[in-house]
Write a protein that binds this ligand. Structure first.
Ligand code: ADP
Ligand code: AMP
Length: 232
């Protein structure tokens, strides 16, 4: 497995908006017993709570632009220092630029932590459009659903926490196209960044959700999630 000798597991999930990062990291977080850190969720929480950071980020998010590195890096690095991240963390949607990746590398090193792997979920543009335009999110826990591909058991309600489902404002057709463009320009170069470090594992994200999860566990070398959850 890709855990360090001390069995801590810090993993990045790379992939375009709609590739399935949130879906996969939520499942993996449960299976491995380590937290999921989604920069998008952290921003949305700040926006909901009307914090200064949330106010700063909102205009960028509404336009489908990236929030500036200085704001994003500070928020995520602060989160990694929390107690629940001592055994590992799953990064969903962070880093999204080379400076963010460099800042994460430095922050992990400073805290005596190392990156185990970068899982890149590869999905074709047309499929991404279909997934994002049919996505419904839970207001409570942030879980992702899809009208056709992953419908909730009860219409409009989250299977896990029963909270209301909603469509994200930035999942509108015009913003989706722009977010994908931003991904190809600013985030896709991270594939080479991590390939050069020998950390990149590409997984076909076009398979069914459970098949993607199995493929992810396979590349991580975790055949029995319980094996890992027992570490401490
Ligand atoms: P990301 O976090 O990468 O933006 P999500 O996990 O929110 O992506 O998934 C985007 C949409 O696609 C959601 O509606 C989700 O239910 C759906 N989805 C995720 N994985 C798959 C899959 N393997 N097959 C079909 N639909 C999927
Ligand atoms: P996500 O939930 O990952 O799709 O992110 C939603 C939006 O939040 C993005 O379109 C960006 O505007 C912003 N965002 C999330 N993560 C980052 C990041 N790492 N860097 C910059 N902006 C981000």
């Amino acid at each position: 497995m890709v855990a360090g000798a001390d069995s801590r597991l810090y993993l990045i999930f790379l992939g375009a908006p709609g590739a399935g990062k949130g879906t996969q990291t939520a499942m993996l977080s449960q299976a491995l017993g380590i937290p999921r850190i989604s920069s998008g969720d952290l921003f949305r929480e700040n926006i909901k709570n009307q914090t200064p950071l949330g106010r700063q980020a909102k205009a960028y998010i509404d336009r489908g632009e990236l929030v500036p590195d200085a704001v994003t890096v500070g928020m995520v690095i602060h989160r990694i220092a929390e107690d629940d991240c001592v055994r590992g963390a799953l990064f969903d949607g962070f880093p999204r630029t080379i400076p963010q990746a460099e800042a994460l590398e430095a922050a992990l090193a400073e805290q005596g932590k190392t990156l185990g792997a970068v899982v890149d979920l590869v999905v074709d543009h047309e499929i991404l459009l279909e997934r994002l335009s049919g996505r419904w999110m839970c207001r409570g826990c942030g879980a992702s659903y899809h009208l056709a591909f992953h419908p909730p058991k009860t219409e409009g309600k989250c299977d896990t926490c029963s909270a209301e489902l909603y469509q994200r404002e930035d999942d509108r057709a015009d913003t989706i196209e722009h977010r994908l463009l931003v991904y190809y320009r600013q985030t896709a170069p991270l594939q080479n960044f991590y390939r050069q470090r020998g950390l990149l594992y590409q997984v076909n994200g076009e398979q069914a959700i459970e098949a993607v999860q199995e493929a992810v566990l396979r590349v991580l070398g975790v055949s029995q999630p319980a094996e890992y959850a027992g570490f401490g």
